[in-house]
Write a protein that binds this ligand. Structure first.
Ligand code: DQA
Length: 145
């Protein structure tokens, strides 16, 4: 089983950006956490991060060509704006789970809109790094059905 984990803009600044909201751990620590979870669950994983919407669209399209089985995506700010990322997820029809470190529904009103939630099999928010593990586990169970 092959998963792609996509992180959107400013997540490379984890540990630096608003630690009161996103925690003190760095992006490198997030990737270690995700890779360890996948190792434990015997899942092959590729992680990418970009600050650019089109690069994320390209990565989703590439996942189709690479026959990726599932996508975990934290589109960060693009969650609330990007029809292009929603359309890419719809185009490839790869089961996807949306993850947010913070609880977007407890924050500013503009964060309550999530375009990817319209196609994602599940949305996980407010659980920090553990949300990624939950998403990986959910996809594993879904794909093994
Ligand atoms: C985020 C929440 C978004 O609203 C925000 O723009 C982010 C991170 C989260 O992980 O909590 O950059 O996706």
């Amino acid at each position: 089983m092959k998963l792609l984990v996509i992180n959107g803009p400013n997540l490379n600044f984890l540990g630096i950006r608003e630690p009161d909201i996103y925690g003190a751990q760095t992006y490198a620590q997030l990737i270690e956490y995700v890779e360890a979870a996948c190792r434990e669950l015997d899942i092959q994983v590729q992680c990418m991060q970009s600050n650019h919407e089109g690069v994320i669209v390209d990565a989703i399209q590439q996942a189709y060509l690479d026959k990726v089985d599932g996508i975990v995506i934290n589109p960060a700010a693009y969650t609330h704006t990007s029809v292009a990322i929603l359309d890419a997820l719809k185009a490839v029809q790869i089961p996807a789970v949306e993850v947010h470190l913070s609880d977007i529904y407890e924050r500013e009103a503009f964060r309550h809109v999530s375009y990817p939630s319209l196609i994602c099999k599940k949305s996980i928010y407010g659980k920090g790094f553990a949300g990624y593990r939950e998403a990986i586990l959910f996809l594993k169970e879904l794909l093994e059905k």
